[in-house]
Write a protein of this length. Sequence first.
Lengths: 159, 159
Amino acid sequence: MRRTSFQGFNCSVAQTLEVVGEWWTMLIIRDAFLGVTRFDRFHERLGISRNILTDRLDNLVEHGVLERHPYQQNPVRYDYTLTEKGQDLWLVLTAMRQWGDKWEAPDGAPVVLSHDSCGHVSEVVPTCSHCGETIAWSSRQVLPGPGAGRGPAPLPVAP
Amino acid sequence: MRRTSFQGFNCSVAQTLEVVGEWWTMLIIRDAFLGVTRFDRFHERLGISRNILTDRLDNLVEHGVLERHPYQQNPVRYDYTLTEKGQDLWLVLTAMRQWGDKWEAPDGAPVVLSHDSCGHVSEVVPTCSHCGETIAWSSRQVLPGPGAGRGPAPLPVAP
């Protein structure tokens, strides 16, 4: 079943969901970040049906998030790896993981990150690209951007 | 239709998707961050059917992401606002917006952020909570966390 498309929304959150918002897709991307490349391994780790997995992988290849390279002929078999566009989903994945660790993991985080350059267990802190200070939802305003003209952008409502 | 539940996965990404991974849910949360509080306003901005909207709002209230307060009796009508748990989804939403701005917004970003404390248009940069430097997927290791014991955690696969 294909749900309503978000393609007509002039909103980058909606467009991201259009690519990665299907049920299962972010877990396939999680596994791709963890080094999974082959269909059978995704299948085994996720316990997902083969046709849903095929559909999701095809969709990610079509959107340029994964690329597919044959590693065997007769029958042909593929490795799936993240493109640069796919690698850029790391912050989305990490933000989801941290939220789940904080709010939905009563036994503690299943995995943690260690930062190579300092060698410590680390959480991601969002900072401002201009001043370098921490940024939070309560310390930002939302303004029309250069693409706001194309249709109703998701701007704040009057209180 | 209710898809397979991710509740049995010992993975914080899966648990986050269990709460916010349904089609439409992150756009409802987007609008809540933009100041929308009332059913009819969500309905009007999203163009979503009333029963799907009711289902998604009920689910978010049940999971403690939104809270509901009556603003009118006879008939009773509610305001929906983000709890602290809901406000904590800001980084997930922002990471999605930034990815969409970069990869799926050929006409430019529909909205941009301005950071209150420096007054400049800003992007969120992920930094390490220990050393403060920028952190990326290529500069981190994934290790078992305190909750890894409960079941197979989504650890890296052998190359």
